[in-house]
Design a protein around this ligand. Structure first.
Ligand code: FES
Ligand SMILES: [Fe+2]
Length: 353
């Protein structure tokens, strides 16, 4: 299956990406962050706002993370030039005036305990990744584990909608069939539609907790960040797997555990327990597959009916704007690749012999 951006080692989708945890950037601090191959400095100004800028000073190239936050802006360490929160040079001490220079700033936002950066060329076109079920809710969040995988984030994402592997790897005693729905150009959900498993003692045991089908829903953002909603009818767990591309087409990921905010001290304590339980659920998800992502050379040469959701996800990723690792310019695939639209044909099991 040939693709234009999906699983290309230097391509990612224009969108929101996690940069660093909010708690690691105190007011008046500045930190170096390398995001998708680009060096940035991110600082929190006197107003508490996180500001992301290209890392190197237009005077002589010093890294801005060596500098000092000064009110709403930042001063370079080397010769103390000052830039405001829009990136305008507003003071060159040795000249006693400003110079008509502007450094590139990137839109930032904070959610689920994380600072996110919009890496697209224009102003943010789409919202920050969120759990659809909690779209309008205030949430508590806890950062889980940080991890590296030896393949592209697009491929790691697929695992959660690889229906067939739920039976082969996770021993789920029934077939899962997903219903997909595009929330917008950059977000797609896959929801389990099957009841099944009536012969299994385990499913019989948990059946009273599920009036209809077992709740299992994924939402993908920018082909790189996924949320999982899972659990019995009366209680749902929410986990976000926030991934970003590393050099050589690898993945760096951060798990974020999320719960709807509850009021008062009792609610806060209750949510600590919920988030702790959510961590156990997240660990369960991460187990079992870890090894395959160290060695996989993903190539869906022979899609079967059970791979339908994967094909839909690939098509969804292909429909988004691709950017290039390092430059964040529009991605164009290497010329040696023969490019054609992704294969739409999904074989039935009988066709695979
Ligand atoms: S290098 Fe930044 S002010 Fe000189
Ligand atoms: Fe899995």
């Amino acid at each position: 299956m040939q693709t234009q951006t999906f699983n290309h080692p230097t391509a990612f989708i224009a969108g929101w990406y996690w940069a660093l945890p909010s708690c690691e950037l105190k007011r008046s601090q500045v930190k170096p962050v390398t995001l998708l191959g680009k060096d940035l400095a991110i600082y929190r100004n006197a107003d508490g706002k996180a500001i992301a800028i290209d890392a190197y000073c237009p005077h002589m190239g010093a890294h801005f993370a060596e500098g000092t936050v000064d009110g709403k802006g930042l001063r370079c360490f080397f010769h103390n030039w000052k830039f405001d929160e829009q990136g305008n040079c507003i003071d060159v001490p040795c000249l006693g005036k400003a110079l008509p220079l502007q450094i590139k700033t990137w839109h930032t936002a904070e959610r689920y305990g994380m600072i996110w950066v919009w890496v697209g060329k224009d102003i943010p076109q789409q919202p920050l990744p969120y759990v659809p079920e909690l779209k309008y809710d205030e949430c508590d969040a806890l950062l889980g584990s940080r991890f590296l995988k030896n393949c592209h984030p697009n491929v790691v994402m697929i695992n959660a909608i690889d229906a067939h592997h739920f039976n082969t790897v996770h021993k789920l005693p029934f077939e899962i069939i997903f219903d997909k729905q595009e929330l917008n150009k950059n977000a797609i959900t896959f929801r389990n539609t099957t009841r099944g498993g009536e012969k299994s003692w385990f499913i019989k045991l948990i059946r009273p907790l599920y009036k209809k089908e077992i709740t299992y829903q994924m939402c993908y953002w920018y082909g790189s960040t996924g949320t999982v909603t899972v659990g019995p009818d009366f209680f749902h767990f929410h986990i976000m797997f926030a991934l970003r591309l590393r050099e050589n087409g690898k993945t760096e990921g951060q798990t974020i555990l999320i719960a709807k905010k509850r009021s008062g001290l009792g609610g806060w304590l209750f949510n600590r327990a919920v988030l702790w339980l959510t961590k156990l659920v997240a660990n369960y998800f991460a187990k079992g597959d870890t090894q395959v992502f160290q060695s996989i050379q993903f190539n869906l040469k022979t899609p079967t009916k059970a791979d339908q959701s994967i094909v839909q996800f690939i098509q969804h990723v292909e429909g988004q704007e691709g950017l290039t690792w390092g430059s964040w310019e529009t991605y164009s695939p290497p010329q040696s690749l023969e490019i054609r639209p992704p294969c739409l044909k999904v074989c039935t099991p009988n066709e695979i012999v």
